[in-house]
Design a protein around this ligand. Structure first.
Ligand code: ATP
Length: 374
């Protein structure tokens, strides 16, 4: 709308309009109103200090009003317990989201609501989830390319190779896949003093929104709720010491991605594609947001890249070495289209289809940046 934020005058007018909406509710003091462009999409982030005039329902209504005023640019409202200071492009203050949105998973909080301030963990910006030594995000430019499968089987391969304790976090709020993949549907994790205890299966510690709320309930969530739930999954899971935390990111570049990238220190991202005429564009799209947020791209995994006997994939050609070099990307692995890979993992470690992931895990753990950290 503003043509890569060049039209300062028009943005200035819109910013004033949004500030007037805030002023009408007496919550404008110290508000940060920022326009950012992520993955080619403009969005507005408004950060407010907590105010007695704004409860959870009020914040939701205000966000709807701001969205209307913004004329098509999505607005996300975050209410902090501290003075408003965060912006969309900077790492946020150590806040929790709006009251009413700060605990969408309804975890019993230590000490109850009267002590809400005591629950705020003073987190400097961009930390790894507590206990995790290395954090790897698995991402793609489009959905359905096998991201969750690759994240899960890579995690299993790291555990198989005794590369230490491995956690797998499914951050797909709208379409969690871990419960089905690991045959854990309907199994609920324990909650202790406001922290969720991961489930254990296939030698991994597992956490997914799908273990905590029903899919229908999560589907009804809007921006602030998704951000609140993502924050809880990133901050309030008691992983214990982990050598590797593999994060399965949702498709697209939505609120869960923003939350992840703004507050989590990620050691590297693996981009997944499948052979297709658009694979190069997909790969670049997948990498853009991570690069913008200064997360190192570890490389590309081409899924369904060939048949199990090595013959060409029915989906098309894999990317050429020149394409990869042009995109400044390394190829980490090619995974065949294989019924063994598609088979459910269950609670035990699978053997069928697992071999290429063992190679991928070795490649990953031997990357200089990780080998150094033994
Ligand atoms: N190498 C493979 N060979 C055969 N089937 C595969 C392979 N990789 C993934 N699949 C199958 O493809 C489907 C999509 O995989 P998956 O759910 O992992 O994709 P995703 O990218 O995580 O999807 P979403 O975008 O919905 O999160 C699943 O049915 C999975 O079993």
């Amino acid at each position: 709308m503003f043509g890569k934020m060049k039209d300062a005058a028009r943005w200035g007018a819109l910013e004033q309009k949004l500030r007037r909406v805030l002023a009408a509710k007496s919550v404008h003091k110290g508000a940060s109103v920022r326009l950012s462009e992520i993955g080619g999409e403009e969005r507005i982030s408004i950060v407010l200090a907590e105010s007695p005039d704004l409860d959870g329902a009020g914040a939701k209504a205000l966000e709807a009003e701001l969205n209307e005023a913004a004329g098509g640019i999505p607005v996300t409202l975050v209410v902090t317990l501290h003075k408003a200071a965060g912006t969309a492009s900077e790492a946020p203050a150590p806040e929790r989201v709006a009251r009413g949105h700060d605990n969408p998973l309804a975890l019993p909080q230590q000490g109850g609501p009267a002590n809400a301030n005591e629950n705020v963990r003073a987190r400097p910006a961009k930390q790894r989830p507590i206990g995790a030594k290395r954090v790897i995000a698995v991402a793609s430019g489009k959905g359905g390319v096998g991201k969750s499968t690759i994240a899960a089987r890579l995690a299993i391969a790291l555990a198989n190779q005794s590369k230490g304790r491995v956690g797998l976090l499914d951050l797909d709020i709208y379409g969690p896949s871990l419960p089905v993949m690991f045959d854990l549907e309907g199994v609920n994790p324990k909650v202790d003093e406001g922290q969720v205890i991961p489930l254990e299966a296939a030698g991994l510690s597992l956490m997914s929104i799908g273990f905590l709320v029903s899919e229908e309930k999560a589907l009804a969530w809007r921006g602030p709720m998704v951000m609140g739930a993502s924050k809880q999954l990133l901050d309030e899971v008691r992983w214990g010491p982990l050598d590797w935390l593999i994060i399965d990111t949702p498709p697209g570049t939505g609120d869960a991605h923003l939350t992840l990238l703004q507050r989590t220190r990620i050691d590297g991202a693996i981009i997944v594609t499948t052979p297709s005429p658009l694979a190069l564009a997909d790969m670049k799209r997948g990498a853009t947001l991570f690069r913008q947020m200064e997360v190192p791209i570890l490389g590309l995994v081409e899924n369904m890249a060939c048949l199990p006997d090595g013959s060409p994939s029915p989906f098309g050609d894999t990317l050429s070495d020149e394409d990869l070099a042009g995109a400044g990307m390394e190829r980490l692995a090619q995974i065949p289209l294989d019924g063994g890979v598609a088979a459910p993992i269950g609670r035990a470690r699978p053997e069928a289809g697992q071999a290429p992931f063992e190679t991928l895990a070795r490649t990953l753990s031997e990357l200089d940046r990780f080998a150094e950290r033994r």
